[in-house]
Design a protein around this ligand. Structure first.
Ligand SMILES: Nc1ncnc2c1ncn2[C@@H]1O[C@H](COP(=O)(O)OP(=O)(O)OP(=O)(O)O)[C@@H](O)[C@H]1O
Ligand SMILES: [Mg+2]
Length: 303
């Protein structure tokens, strides 16, 4: 696993950072969860110098989408500093890290919502690498096959489930294409088909998340950018959402880049895991490696 050689801390968490904090990371009992401030402080000590070689190896040196030396942010403010990312076709990557580390900003940058100061975002299709750094979001979706699944509350509550799906095809040349794509979604997901004529507001949290994901599928994207798929969901729906993403990756060959606060779920799911801190990479490894890593366990898994 790639990681700065210097250990994050020589002190044990038990006497120094363990707190009964109400906030913090999931999956631990409250007395093993450390506060968000402590997580930030400790992860910052790791530094952010994971090499590009390590990032490339995790994508088997055959990236489908890659980010090179990206400096990006909002207005004049730089949030991502020299950030690198590589994911192979059909792989999944999960970004974890403290609040404010810049995880969502990475997805925003790929989709075209940030100011990019320098660096490149590229996608490889049929052996040809295309630079997509400056495409706007509509072009990203239509030309580059990248879909961004919004974090929570993005369905139109007063529109029916069906109409919500049609909205996913707003960039299609013909409205009928969107309708056809919606039918494909209904064939795949009975839960949505059963509710097609109901207003989206009656959906359960899990069904709403399913609608958000499948609305993005209308354009048949190759890459799914997913920000916190489990947020606000009760456990049985969290499992449902991860099953859906698993199916999309493994049966439909989608490439998935996700941000997930539920680090355990995210790393169990993903082929590749990155720990982001202060706009840079503190660690990169397979999801499995990060799950087993004691520092990750202590800081993000509540153990
Ligand atoms: N639209 C915006 N305009 C200005 N600054 C922003 C904007 N969105 C995010 N930021 C700032 O960028 C930094 C990184 O935010 P980002 O949302 O990427 O963090 P994150 O890692 O996704 O955190 P969280 O876990 O809380 O979602 C923060 O300091 C945040 O205040
Ligand atoms: Mg975020």
């Amino acid at each position: 696993m790639a990681k700065k050689p210097a250990k994050a801390s020589t002190k044990k968490p038990s006497d120094q950072a363990a707190k009964t904090a109400a906030t913090g990371y999931h999956m631990g009992s409250t007395d093993t969860v450390i506060s968000v401030e402590d997580v930030v402080r400790e992860v910052e000590k790791m530094g952010t110098d994971v090499s590009k070689d390590d990032v490339a190896k995790l994508a088997h040196n055959d990236p489908f989408i890659r980010i090179d030396n990206l400096k990006a942010g909002y207005g004049q403010m730089e949030i991502l500093h020299d950030f690198n990312l590589q994911v192979g076709r059909g792989q999944s990557l999960c970004l974890i890290g403290p609040n404010g580390a810049g995880k969502s900003t990475i997805l925003h940058s790929i989709y075209g919502f940030t100011n990019i100061f320098s660096g490149d975002i590229k996608i490889t299709a049929n052996g040809n690498e295309t630079n997509i750094t400056t495409l706007n979001p509509n072009e990203k979706l239509k030309k580059a096959g990248i879909a961004y699944i919004l974090q929570d509350k993005s369905v139109f509550p007063d529109m029916t489930v069906e109409e919500n799906l049609w909205m996913g095809g707003f960039l299609m040349e013909k409205p009928d294409d969107a309708k056809e794509a919606a039918e494909r979604v209904f064939e795949k997901y009975d839960r949505l088909a059963a509710r097609r004529n109901n207003p989206a507001r009656v959906l359960s949290g899990g069904e709403r998340r399913l609608l958000e994901i499948s609305r993005a599928l209308v354009m048949q994207p190759d890459v799914l950018l997913v920000d916190e798929p489990s947020i606000g969901l009760e456990p049985r729906f969290i499992d449902m959402v991860f099953d859906i993403l698993d199916d999309l990756q493994n049966n439909e060959g989608k490439t998935i880049i996700m941000v997930e606060q539920n680090a355990k779920k995210g790393l169990e799911f993903a082929d590749i895991g990155y720990v982001l801190v202060s706009g840079g990479l503190a660690m990169a490894g397979s999801g499995e490696e990060l799950l087993q890593d004691p520092e990750v366990g202590r800081l993000f898994l509540g153990g």
